[in-house]
Ligand binder design. Structure first.
Ligand SMILES: Cc1cc2nc3c(=O)[nH]c(=O)nc-3n(C[C@H](O)[C@H](O)[C@H](O)COP(=O)(O)O)c2cc1C
Length: 283
């Protein structure tokens, strides 16, 4: 079971208990003390077995895009039981929610010591990739291997998407971003490649106001731009038309691109294509 620890004394006590049980990795007492002290002030995740802490991990921001696993350890008797993996998963979830793009960790390069080879194997098994080795950062007996993991994956983008119905900022969305979003929409698959979907980017305030006026009850009143989706009923083969599937795929692609670029969005279709045909008034 993973818990987020917020109390500094508790963090310090847990870090001490674990690191003092792992002297093969945390050999030098002064370095250990520095890490224990540092851990007390960082976002801290602890793993428990029978209500007793058996592992921990803490995170430190190294740039606005990257967060580093500053210290982590799992007591030896609990190795190979999934604890390290769940600590990394908890750290990843936290970092994704905070909007970081990369998770980083440093260890001694493989091929130097048996115990650190296991650490390298563990980091690779949870998805870290080798970034670079710095021979001199620590000392020549301990070349520093930096591992990195991208947090902006297709799956994390899918998980982060949700419909936004709040107020929007008054900042305009740059046209380049709107074009990137629309391009993602047009790159969606379409039945028999009939490409039945067309898109209109609307960021001209006068046109936006006219469109918003036509929508009753109103939606997205403060949205600084919209992408209007048009669909043509072209048969793919015989009497089969996939226009609805086509524009749905296009919209989902756009919603995901919008998340990746850091914006909010909502798919509005409900009453727009309903019997009162607001879509016709917009057209
Ligand atoms: C075909 C379709 C039509 C939708 N129309 C509307 C709509 O008119 N108004 C609205 O507020 N949300 C609309 N949505 C958004 C859904 O309400 C929303 O996706 C759903 O509640 C799940 O929430 P989530 O998107 O945050 O995961 C639509 C979604 C789809 C797929």
């Amino acid at each position: 079971m993973i818990k987020v620890i917020t109390d500094c004394t508790e963090r310090r006590n847990i870090a001490r208990k674990i690191l003092e049980g792992l002297t093969e990795w945390f050999e030098v007492p002064e370095n250990r003390e520095t890490l224990i002290e540092e851990s007390a002030s960082l976002p801290f995740f602890a793993s428990y077995a029978d209500d007793v802490p058996v592992g921990f991990l803490c995170l430190k921001e190294t740039s606005s895009d990257t967060v580093d696993i500053a210290v982590t350890g799992v007591l030896k008797e609990h190795h190979r039981s999934g604890i390290g993996r769940s600590l990394v998963e908890a750290a990843k979830d936290f970092a994704i929610k905070k909007g970081y793009s990369f998770l980083q960790v440093k260890t001694v390069r493989e091929g130097m010591y048996k115990d650190y080879d296991k650490t390298n194997a563990f980091y690779k098994s949870v998805g870290f990739k080798k970034l670079e080795v710095f021979e001199q950062i620590w000392d020549e007996k301990n070349p520093c291997q930096i591992y990195i993991m991208s947090l902006k994956t297709a799956l994390s983008t899918i998980a982060a998407r949700h419909s936004y119905r709040g107020a929007f900022s008054t900042d305009a969305v740059p046209e380049e971003d709107l074009k990137t979003i629309a391009r993602a929409g047009l790159e969606a698959p379409s039945g028999c490649n009939k490409q039945t979907t067309s898109l209109i980017i609307v960021n001209n305030q006068e046109t936006l106001t006219k469109i918003k006026k036509a929508i009753d009850p109103p939606v997205a009143k403060t949205a600084p731009s919209m992408i209007v989706v048009l669909s043509q009923r072209i048969n793919a083969y015989r009497d089969r038309c996939f226009a609805v599937q086509d524009y749905s795929a296009a919209i989902e692609n756009m919603l995901l691109a919008i998340v990746e670029l850091g914006y909010q969005s909502c798919w509005y279709e409900g009453h727009i294509t309903d019997e009162d045909r607001i879509c016709d008034k917009i057209a």
